[in-house]
Design a protein around this ligand. Structure first.
Ligand code: 6PG
Length: 226
């Protein structure tokens, strides 16, 4: 069963996502960036496609509880691959250095009256986690708070701050970027399986908007076979 996700399998998923990010930057709105390693190329390409990001407010889906100049920082990834190369507008960094509880509280306050995000970019962990929402964790049951602290269940084993499911699913557009054969099993579970706490990626769908997953052939191998 293929669920309600637009599955896009291409040779260069980073470019497809970069074009979507650049278009959104031009149109304006609230965009939540993803962490991990896969988005780096997409951010670099997007910076080349659109130099003016003043109309967009940038947020993060999650952050590792490290200083912003730490190589594990999701902010640092976006800064070096995107922000340092464009004219940026408002940048809402998660303050990982404050720790998971204080950092989450501060970001909840920073979200303030924001009703919904326009675009959420998400990666997918080999275990099916998204942002820092890990399989079978109580963070998946959060319905009140928009931001929570989380314990890492995968490298890097540092505490995390993460947006919760209601915020992710409340976005106008949810965009997954997934590459590599090590993600094939998780991609099938997330995009072709039933919603399950064992695969947080299967729980993230834009409630009244578009959900798309952009994958390379290796990550989509088991999906296209489904
Ligand atoms: C994080 C991410 C996380 C990431 C996946 C995939 O902080 O680690 O936000 O959700 O998207 O772990 O990571 P890779 O792109 O490195 O495979």
């Amino acid at each position: 069963m293929i669920s309600d996700v637009d599955i896009v399998v291409v040779d260069d998923p980073a470019r497809v996502v970069a074009e979507r990010l650049a278009a959104t930057a031009g149109a304006g709105g609230h965009v939540a960036l993803a962490g991990g390693s896969t988005p780096r190329a997409a951010y670099e390409i997007a910076a080349g496609l659109q130099s003016n990001w003043t109309a967009v407010e940038l947020w993060w889906g999650d952050e590792r509880c490290v200083p912003p100049d730490d190589e594990r920082s999701n902010y640092r990834l976006a800064k070096t691959a995107l922000l340092d190369r464009v004219q940026a507008g408002a940048v809402h960094r998660m303050r990982g250095e404050l720790g998971r509880e204080q950092g989450a509280l501060l970001y909840e306050r920073e979200l303030g009256l924001l009703e919904r995000l326009d675009l959420v970019l998400l990666g997918l962990g080999p275990d099916g986690h998204v942002a820092s929402l890990f399989p079978e964790q109580p963070t998946l049951d959060e319905t009140e708070r928009r931001v929570v602290g989380a314990e890492a269940k995968l490298e890097p084993f540092v505490d995390r701050i993460t947006l919760t499911l209601p915020v992710l699913c409340g976005a106008r557009e949810v965009l997954f970027l997934v590459a590599g054969s090590e993600k094939a099993v998780a991609a099938r579970a997330a995009f072709a399986g039933d919603p399950s706490r064992a695969t947080p990626g299967s729980l993230v769908r834009a409630q009244d908007g578009r959900t798309a997953a952009v994958l390379d052939a290796a990550a989509a191998e088991l999906l296209t076979a489904a």
